[in-house]
Design a protein around this ligand. Structure first.
Ligand SMILES: Nc1ncnc2c1ncn2[C@@H]1O[C@H](COP(=O)(O)OP(=O)(O)OP(=O)(O)O)[C@@H](O)[C@H]1O
Ligand SMILES: Nc1ncnc2c1ncn2[C@@H]1O[C@H](COP(=O)(O)OP(=O)(O)OP(=O)(O)O)[C@@H](O)[C@H]1O
Ligand SMILES: [Mg+2]
Ligand SMILES: [Mg+2]
Lengths: 262, 262
């Protein structure tokens, strides 16, 4: 049965979507069957996999509006083993009702994710930058959560409240249900420029603060990764041997071995 | 009487906070009296002006909890003419009640901003990355709004719905009150790397899509600007002659002359 990993952040623009798409791609190329669930109304996931939001035939919202199973809403990607589903939002009314549904019907969402486990080895959930309804729903549905950390001080300084939020979230889940999920899968550094003092400062500080929870793989700052939304496919396809792509292959390997080691 | 400008985005990490602090600093150094109102619970503004969020004596929330006038909550900064106020959030409960207040008591917030106009030439409101309650309150309180655009495709692709949102927001304001505010002050490119195809692609596309609404000043990608949160002061102080700082001085001049030209 599949494993559900949610990518969360409080700070904006730290690489959640880039990581969801490229980690998903790397896992797919290593033989996993992967589903990426995009929860950001801006639909960075679908654009990064070649589909304009307006061209989506259907979207996540159908779970709520028509009780359609999630598994019937899944879309193909440029990679054989990689699939995605995201909101199909073409108006402000769409966006408001999507957020309202994620708020009020998180249980339905979690149930649909649970049912999808039969079909996918890994389900990656990409969240908007906040601790609002989509992030809470993503945590409720997840076995584990991943925290990308942009190697900049403004991002590093916003981590502690994020970790408190998840700890608090876990406590608020029904205690009788023995919920220890979602566990922390790991934090990992993104957009690292190791030649700058800032890059080294944040790397050292995060290593000190989080110890073994900080994954060994970090993703370098590289323009090739930004082309994803133009090319409509992950860098692990269009720039496979470059540093950004290789980092995501390494991240995939590291996550798989950490999981097997438990 | 002061002018109220809100910095908004739907995409995360596009440079709202960096721009609020450095534009505010540049205006202050040109003789304006400036207030930066931070609406992001993560308090990037206070950290960038030398104060850890836990060390704040008071915060924006006192407007709601104790009916304290905004003008009494204002904090000094390393610059003589530059002041700030931000939420003082030290727990999840704080964060939730702040967001609930911004939602239900946006009128009180707008009234307090309005009263502050007597004391400041320019009030800059820094928002979290979303179209939620703080952004709506910031639009309600503003004369004009500014949109930083990170020179990357994932950001460019999320602009149209943002502009629709503000147009819709304006329409929903009481029509009888003749509300044409907030007007679009302008969009401006940030984190531009002009040597990359992506940088040039986004620059050209945004110029084509927005014409004269795209400000002439763009902010280059430069590590010096990222040091703001470590140094606790704007780059216009610690790195005044560098490209990032000069861009914000130019942005301040451009905004002032555009305003005077009307
Ligand atoms: N390693 C990297 N090197 C260079 N640019 C990157 C890297 N990772 C992401 N980017 C770029 O940085 C920007 C932010 O990344 P991304 O959109 O993936 O972050 P996010 O956390 O999903 O943002 P949001 O908070 O808005 O959802 C994008 O323009 C992306 O192309
Ligand atoms: N011109 C620039 N060059 C290099 N780095 C920059 C530049 N502007 C901002 N940054 C860095 O990019 C990151 C995001 O910037 P910032 O926090 O100002 O954006 P934001 O829109 O306020 O983010 P959020 O959506 O989380 O509020 C920060 O780490 C900041 O230091
Ligand atoms: Mg994203
Ligand atoms: Mg910010």
């Amino acid at each position: 049965a599949g494993r559900v990993l949610s990518l969360i952040s409080r700070k904006g623009g730290v690489g959640k979507t880039t990581s969801a798409v490229n980690l998903g791609g790397a896992l797919a190329l290593s033989g996993h069957t992967v589903l990426i669930v995009g929860l950001d109304p801006q639909c960075g996931v679908c654009r990064s996999l070649g589909v304009a939001q307006d061209d989506l035939e259907t979207g996540l919202g159908e779970i709520f509006s028509a009780n359609t199973p999630l598994t019937e809403l899944v879309q193909p990607s440029p990679l054989e083993n990689l699939f995605f589903v995201s909101p199909r939002i073409t108006s402000l009314a769409d966006e408001e009702s999507f957020l309202a549904d994620m708020n009020r019907r998180a249980d339905d969402f979690a149930r649909e994710i649970d049912r999808a486990r039969n079909l996918y080895d890994t389900i990656l959930v990409d969240c908007p930058p906040s601790l609002g309804a989509p992030t809470r729903a993503a945590l409720q549905a997840a076995d584990a959560f991943l925290v990308p950390i942009q190697a900049e001080e403004l991002c590093r300084g916003s981590l502690a409240p994020l970790m408190d939020f998840v700890a608090d979230f876990r406590r608020r889940q029904l205690p009788g249900a023995g919920r220890e999920t979602p566990v922390l899968e790991g934090l990992f550094l993104t957009m690292v420029n190791g030649r700058t003092r800032m890059g080294r400062h944040v790397t050292d500080q995060v290593a000190e603060d989080f110890g073994p929870d900080l994954l060994e793989t970090s993703v370098p700052r590289t323009t090739r990764l930004t082309e994803m939304a133009l090319k409509g496919k992950p860098a692990v396809i269009y720039a496979r041997t470059t540093s950004g792509s290789r980092a995501y292959f390494n991240l995939a390997d590291e996550l798989v071995s950490r999981f097997l080691a438990r």
